[in-house]
Design a protein around this ligand. Structure first.
Ligand code: AMP
Length: 600
């Protein structure tokens, strides 16, 4: 079984994957049995199971919940009550998820044993990419990994992000020197600017050894390339003189970098300066790291907005989105790394948790379902069954091709029938394990009047509009949006940060073209939006173009509020007034849709 993988051994890894996926249904049943055997006696499960471990009873009696429903239990543990009110094994720490609950980060229990299980997914990704790319063992990854300072609950339990937990673990510290160009001290440095500078510097110093580039999410890589744009002169000067900039004050970083930056290297500095001094940064990754075989970053879901930018910078280096997981559970891995970034599916790993899938009706009233079920999650299962004629959550063995589902997990660490909030589409099977495409976060919607525009709808609409700009040499770097409701009727406002492909300077935007972009977005939205627009219940969509670096400021804002750089996902739509202010402070031009008729 997967627990027996100890090395990154190629054959062994594949064998394990085949075994896991062939026996998916059986393993899922075993996982549920094991979770119930261990935890049926906890205060939480006893309420519904009265100490029994019967799987059918679990499905009939245990409610489908959201974080809000279990928060009182989490809070009790955080305040010092014993963790066995939720799970039998002792909690080793809390994992801080990027989702928030009423402005507070969600805390997900973690046990030492489960942490090992989670890191296993990373071991399984290796043999897959090795199948597709030769020579990976001859070089290293230029990593752009970061850790975030942890905190403590009143009861003294540590709270960390999952990635910090992983990067600070002994196993990562041991393997990092073999696999990363970044010295571990630069990854563990809590000052993100110093950390990023030193990771880029060491990646440039060892550029001939770099066989892949890796960040957890695509947004971090995009941000790092922008950082490189702002700092390449200084980086080259450090390489030329062999002296590290004085502002790198973190001792760990200084010492570790000094072991690599050992002498002046004017030839290397000249080469990098020549590459970076080019007006266009098209293909910069390929040029700076010529041996890089692939870019390893999640670029699905909201991250898909970075695909064209990373393609542009990558210069043909394939983008590989390795896995899909969350603080709550690992879900799946991408078995076909070379698939089109827009079409990536993740094969679920049946040993990670017990998975159930709530059908989401994309064509028939998904939006109605969302509002109906918000806040009544405890009865959701039965309500779905009653209202929709036996359409309840289904298990691994009963998912249907082409159907949309919201994923529900039961974990080894105290989450029982927990709605993660992600909507997925079933695209196929590998052996007996389902493969899903990530569609959207369930709750991120723009809403005015009766309209609810989902993340996926918005991504699609903006995708259509940005294609209009591309022939003119402009790329959409990143975007966000909010519903402006202080005036009546309200309107949707988009924030766009653009880049001109040919040069680092952006020429003047053509107002007509930008207005057309607004109209294309509106035309691409659904019937409800268009009818409300035509009835003037929603005003013309507004596009605010922001200056270079504004979205970095937004990320800094969220990081200052407690988000982790590694986990940061540029929000598709913003609810926080403070965050809107950050974006507004970078606005350089505003455009409005001039379209008035949509349905006639
Ligand atoms: P966190 O718990 O903070 O790590 O955030 C987990 C969330 O990130 C998931 O529930 C997804 O919404 C999103 N996410 C993680 N991996 C992927 C992926 N491969 N594709 C799209 N979204 C992802």
């Amino acid at each position: 079984m997967a627990d027996q993988i100890e090395t990154n051994d190629y054959e062994n890894g594949w064998k394990v994957l085949e075994e896991l996926t062939e026996n998916g249904h059986r393993i899922q049943e075993q996982v549920l049995e094991e979770i119930l055997m261990r935890n049926a006696g906890t205060e939480y499960l006893s309420r519904f199971l009265h100490g029994q471990t019967d799987k059918q009873l679990f499905k009939n009696n245990v409610p489908i919940v959201t974080y809000e429903d279990i928060k009182p239990y989490i809070d009790r543990i955080a305040n010092g009550e014993t963790s066995n009110i939720l799970l039998a094994d002792p909690i080793s720490e809390f994992i801080q998820s990027s989702g928030t609950s009423g402005g507070q980060p969600k805390l997900i229990p973690m046990t030492a044993e489960n942490f090992e299980k989670k890191t296993l997914e990373l071991t399984l990704v290796d043999p897959i990419v090795k199948r597709y790319f030769d020579g990976l063992e001859k070089g290293k990854t230029m990593s752009l990994f970061f850790v975030k300072k942890g905190s403590e609950t009143p009861s003294g339990l540590t709270v960390r992000t999952l990635s910090s937990c992983y990067f600070m673990s002994d196993s990562f510290k041991k393997s990092a020197p073999k696999i990363c160009t970044s010295p571990i001290e630069t990854i563990l440095c809590l000052d993100h600017k110093q950390s990023m500078y030193c990771q880029l510097l060491t990646g440039l110093l060892r550029r001939d050894h770099v066989v892949s580039i890796s960040s957890i999410f695509g947004s971090v890589l995009a941000r790092s390339i922008k950082f490189l744009e702002d700092h390449w002169n200084e980086l080259c000067s450090n390489i030329r003189t062999g002296c590290l900039s004085d502002w790198i004050t973190d001792l760990g970083c200084r010492n570790a970098v000094s072991l690599i930056l050992t002498r002046p290297n004017p030839e290397l500095a000249d080469t990098i300066e020549h590459i970076c001094g080019n007006e266009s940064w098209e293909g910069i990754i390929k040029k700076l790291w010529p041996e890089a075989k692939y870019i390893n970053s999640v670029i699905t879901g909201t991250m898909s907005q970075y695909i064209s930018l990373l393609d542009f910078y990558g210069g043909g280096v394939p983008l590989v989105s390795p896995s899909y997981g969350s603080s709550e559970s690992t879900f799946g891995i991408n078995l076909t790394p070379l698939s089109n970034p827009y079409d990536v599916s993740y094969t679920f790993l049946p040993n990670m948790a017990y998975f159930e899938f709530l059908p989401v009706d994309k064509d028939r009233g998904e939006k109605a379902q969302e509002s109906d079920f918000d806040g009544v999650s405890s009865q959701w299962s039965s309500e779905i069954t009653n209202a929709n004629g036996n359409v309840g959550p289904v298990d691994f063995a009963n998912v249907k091709l082409g159907q949309y589902y919201e994923v529900v997990v039961t974990t080894f660490t105290g989450l029982y029938r927990y709605r993660v909030g992600d909507v997925l589409k079933l695209t196929g099977f590998h052996n007996n394990s389902p493969q899903f495409q990530f569609v959207e976060r369930r709750n991120t919607v723009l809403s005015i009047d009766m309209d609810k525009t989902s993340e996926a709808d918005l991504l699609k609409a903006i995708g259509n509009a940005k294609r209009h700009l591309e022939p003119l040499g402009f790329m959409l770097m990143t975007f966000s949006s909010y519903a402006e409701t202080s005036s009546i009727p309200g309107r949707y406002v988009l924030f766009w940060e653009l880049k001109f492909k040919e040069s680092t300077r952006c020429p003047k935007l053509d107002a007509k073209i930008m207005e057309q972009c607004c109209s294309i977005v509106e035309e691409s939205l659904d019937f409800t939006y268009k009818s409300l627009r035509e009835a003037n219940k929603i005003a013309a969509l507004e596009l605010r173009v922001v200056k270079h670096g504004t979205f970095d400021a937004l990320m800094d804002f969220y990081v200052s509020k407690g988000a982790s750089i590694n986990q940061y996902k540029t929000p598709c739509c913003i609810k926080s007034e403070e965050a809107v202010k950050v974006l507004n402070s970078g606005v350089v031009e505003k455009f409005f849709s001039s379209k008035t008729f949509f349905l006639s």
